[in-house]
Design a protein around this ligand. Sequence first.
Ligand SMILES: N[C@H](CCC[C@H](N)C(=O)O)C(=O)O
Length: 299
Amino acid sequence: MAALENRPFVKMNGLGNEIVVLDLRDAPLMVPPEEARALARDGVLPFDQIMALYPPQSEGTHAFVRIINADGSESGACGNGTRCIALYEAGRTGADHLVFESVAGPLDCTLAPEGITVDMGVPRFGWHDIPLAGPVADTRAIELQAGPAEAPVLRAPAVVNVGNPHAIFWVDDVNAVDLAQFGPELEHHPIFPERANISVVQIVSPEHIILRVWERGVGLTRACGTGACAAAVCAARLGLTGRRVTVTLPGGDLVIDWRESDDHMLMTGPAEIEFDGRLTAAMLGDAEPTAARPGAGAE
Ligand SMILES: N[C@H](CCC[C@H](N)C(=O)O)C(=O)O
């Protein structure tokens, strides 16, 4: 029997970033990667990320969250998914201020009429934080390119870790780049020992950028919250924008405020509940029985 069989789920989205919420706080178990892949692959419940909720590990938090990509890999952060679990938990508790925790640290969420604001923490720019495979003095522009060697289509990205690794390429027109062609090779480039999320960014003005993302472990998505944070702080760091920008993604807009006082990244945007249900063996691809490790999610 599949470990996740008969588990309730809530299907949500954050600007079209497809999210499945699994509330495992009552009976914690690891999400088997093969079951996540089956669920995403067969088109039965297509998702970009699973947000798996576990019992809180720190005082004052509502849940510890683990983030699983469609390929079964784990990520330390998911901005759109965090807004989704904030909306989910607000619906359960009536609270409009919620705090979650992931391996990347605390996630402070506030629901307001203008949207859900998540404090995504502080960006890290050191080569070992990204991480990169070796020392790089200036992470504002690293030696990496894609396309013909004599006329690269993408080159000299900025890199940053915002709970997960991102590479940001600056382009004149995000729709003129075949990101589906270049995304996979860049995601898996040996310079990124943990792979990377790959973005192309068009600067419209000091207050507005346009973004498309090839997500690590997923592929092209309609929106990427950590991608928006990564693009915003890298653009500001290069003096291409101010510290507060509107980021236009295929699924809509996010506002990122890289707060001057403490360098925290505040992301504001919507979240939506679509439907709920229970996972069935068929949805999980009749995955081979996987012994669910009791107490998982506590480490
Ligand atoms: N869609 C997510 C990003 C997931 C990142 C994941 N693809 C990884 O880092 O492995 C977001 O809204 O931030």
